[in-house]
Design a binder for this molecule. Structure first.
Ligand code: ADP
Ligand code: MG
Length: 677
């Protein structure tokens, strides 16, 4: 039985079984599916492509009988020539005197070893008779730990295959195997351990890649379906005519990307299911405009709306723009922690009796004393600051509104599918026409004087600038010192007519807001800051973003920071000050100067940093795939997602017997009865 302990395999005793536990191998099945982490493949390359001192493999015909010489005690040296591509290459083999009789003139041999390009010589570490075509060699490499050696592990796997491989049952329907031309589970498993050829290995990997993605996507889709079905119906019957009129009064027409996103949102709102949608788009792409229309839709459906943002200053900004947008069509109110006493009581009362249509605020919105009469839609700005707990707090109050998350952090499609698999995603990937592109420059630290003059010139013309110092978590003391030093330096450098402000994470939040307000009111012209400024504050008069030690930031973060400028109608600039040592760092700076497209940047970032780093490993919530690779196997991920969607949508797990094995497997993992949040 596959779920028996590994000790049931011949040759595995208690001690070895215990050692295997350090690799998370407990059962026979665990052992059979403990795949190599990589493979060493012998690959014959043309002589011209061999790199000096690399380990290489070459193939050729032996030109002369090997000559053997001895030196030192028991040391020997065997030399012979082989003909490769009509060139004589010298082969040297140490301490393998026995090979003298095995290698004969005229033999074809495959030699692996260290290449000396100057002498056209190979120091052989491994040789085989015959051509690689027939004796192709793929060495599986297992990641091992503790007392487990590769050799013993391989032996154990070999034995387990001998005894139990035939117990491995197929879980995918047969027509899927033939449609995708992928090998069956048992065969593919064997191939993973003992690949008979590269082609076979490729197909085996393809199989498990797809299997992993499909299971993962099925789990997500099942959860999503369960979540949908667990919620009470909240169709919002909005008034389409009124929406048309509302939109037609905008001083611009919506971009196609905005229209598409809006339609997706509206159709969610109309449906009886709760919307759980992420609206992604670069800063300035017009998310707020779309959210405004959605909020209005809720109002025409006789429901209330809420807009939740991370800081008070943002709440105020949104409050103002929504008030403008709605005029007398709706009553918009602001509720933050600093609104207290009588005023607060009034607002709360009017929220409860539906006199207030839209409530804008910070997390104060979901506090105990806030009672909506009927909440239809919650819009959450900057998704990464809003979590499961807030969602739960709303549910606990008996509120099951549609939820729309907005984020300006562009998330690559690959990750969006995976990390937000249970969220629908709308993307605004198009900027309104006529925007001035931010000009981005990369310069070395020794030109800082010129940068300061550049800032002075623009400040004298009435504009403002940010200067960002990086903040690294472990050493934030030190970095605050950087910001403080820089601040002092600038204070001394600039005349009193140019006011410099300082902001960093150690300040109290009221102090931060105070400084931000001064900057927003142009009482401070230059703001020196650690990255706390990242949160979507809008100061359209700021046109310069200088980022110090820019190589310490990831691309997405740099792009976020850059998005703080370019919000008005004046030309804006982003200046990256960086002396990156690594190629990777230089590449990031170059990409920044080349594109303003957040999605392109995020894809590049993903390639350069890998998915774990992208979200920070802790919060990534991404599964650990054994075989699949989210970036390289992206197409398979899409296929699996579509298949999973179809399977779940049409209830095939329950209704089509060919999916029975998949269902059983998912059942055993508890997918159908885990607690929903
Ligand atoms: P975001 O929330 O994505 O940062 P906003 O919705 O705040 O973007 O829009 C940024 C600015 O662009 C606002 O001044 C808004 O009025 C304007 N805007 C939004 N959509 C369009 C559009 N389709 N055409 C022109 N300007 C637009
Ligand atoms: Mg916005």
């Amino acid at each position: 039985m596959l779920d028996n302990s590994v000790v049931t395999i011949k040759g595995i005793g208690d001690k070895f079984a215990e050692d295997l536990q350090s690799l998370n191998i407990y059962t026979v099945e665990d052992l059979l599916f403990y795949f190599p982490s990589r493979y060493d493949v012998l690959e014959i390359q043309p002589l011209s492509e061999l790199i000096h001192e690399d380990k290489v493999s070459i193939e050729g015909r032996v030109l002369n009988a090997p000559s053997l010489s001895f030196y030192g005690r028991k040391k020997s040296r065997l030399t012979f020539n082989i003909e490769v591509e009509n060139i004589a290459v010298k082969a040297v083999m140490f301490n393998r005197a026995f090979a003298k009789n095995q290698i004969k003139m005229g033999d074809v041999v495959t030699l692996t070893g260290k290449w000396d390009a100057h002498r056209l010589q190979i120091t052989v570490s491994n040789y085989q008779k015959g051509s690689i075509e027939k004796t192709s060699e793929i060495q599986p490499i297992y990641s091992i730990r503790g007392d487990v050696t590769s050799f013993r592990l391989k032996k154990a796997i070999q034995q387990a295959i001998r005894e139990q491989a035939n117990q491995v049952e197929e879980i995918l329907p047969p027509d899927m195997l033939s449609a995708y031309k992928i090998p069956n589970r048992m065969g593919a498993m064997k191939t993973m351990h003992f690949p008979e050829s590269r082609v076979a290995l490729k197909h085996a990997r393809r199989r498990f890649t797809y299997e992993e993605f499909l299971l993962f996507q099925l789990k997500i889709q099942i959860l999503r379906k369960r979540r949908r079905e667990a919620t009470v119906g909240n169709s919002q019957h909005y008034d389409a005519m009124k929406l048309e009129t509302f939109i037609s009064k905008f001083p611009f027409s919506l971009t196609n990307a905005q229209k598409k996103s809006l339609n997706q949102i509206l159709s969610d709102m109309k449906s009886p299911y709760r919307m759980n949608r992420l609206l992604q788009g670069d800063v300035g792409s017009g998310k707020t405009a779309v959210a405004g229309v959605a909020l209005y839709a809720a109002i025409t459906a006789k429901k209330q709306g809420a807009l939740m943002v991370p800081t008070e200053i943002l709440a105020e900004q949104h409050f103002q723009s929504l008030t403008e947008m709605f005029g007398d069509l709706a009553r918009v109110e602001l509720l933050t922690g600093s609104i207290k006493g009588k005023r607060r009581k009034e607002i709360l009362a009017d929220v409860e009796n539906h006199q207030v249509h839209i409530l804008v605020g910070t997390h104060a919105l979901i506090q105990d004393d806030v009672h909506f009469e009927t909440l239809g839609l919650v819009v959450v700005d900057e998704q990464h600051r809003f979590g499961v707990e807030q969602r739960r707090a709303l549910s606990n109050k008996g509120l099951h509104p549609d939820v729309l998350f907005m984020t300006a952090t562009p998330i690559p499609r690959t990750l969006a599918i995976t990390a937000f698999g249970d969220m629908d995603v709308s993307v605004i990937d198009e900027m309104p026409a006529g925007r001035k592109e931010i000009e981005t420059y990369w310069t070395k630290a020794n030109t800082f004087d010129r940068v300061l003059n550049f800032i002075a010139k623009h400040v004298e013309a009435g504009e403002q600038a940010y200067i960002i110092c990086p903040l690294i978590e472990e050493s934030d003391k030190l970095d605050i010192q950087d910001a403080v030093d820089l601040y002092n330096q600038l204070e001394a450098y600039y005349p009193p007519s140019i006011q410099v402000g300082l902001m960093h994470g150690r300040l109290h939040s009221t102090e931060k807001e105070e400084i931000m307000k001064e900057f927003a009111a142009n009482k401070v012209q230059i703001l020196v800051s650690t990255t706390v400024v990242e949160v979507g504050v809008n100061v359209p008069n700021a046109t310069i973003m200088v980022i110090y030690d820019a190589e310490r930031f990831g691309l997405s973060q740099l792009h976020q920071l850059r998005g703080r400028v370019g919000r008005g109608d004046k030309q804006s600039y982003c200046i990256l000050i960086a002396d990156p040592k690594s190629e990777n760092g230089k590449e990031r700076m170059r990409i920044m100067t080349e594109t303003n497209n957040g999605f392109k940047l995020s894809e590049e970032d993903l390639k350069l940093r890998g998915p774990g780093d992208f979200f920070g490993t802790k919060q990534s919530g991404l599964p650990d795939f054994k075989v699949a690779d989210m970036i390289h196997d992206y197409r398979a991920l899409e296929t699996a997602r579509n298949d999973a969607q179809e399977i779940i949508e049409f209830n095939l797990l329950e209704e089509d017997p060919k999916y029975e094995p998949l269902r059983t497997l998912l059942e055993n993992e508890g997918v159908f009865d885990t607690v929903l949040d």
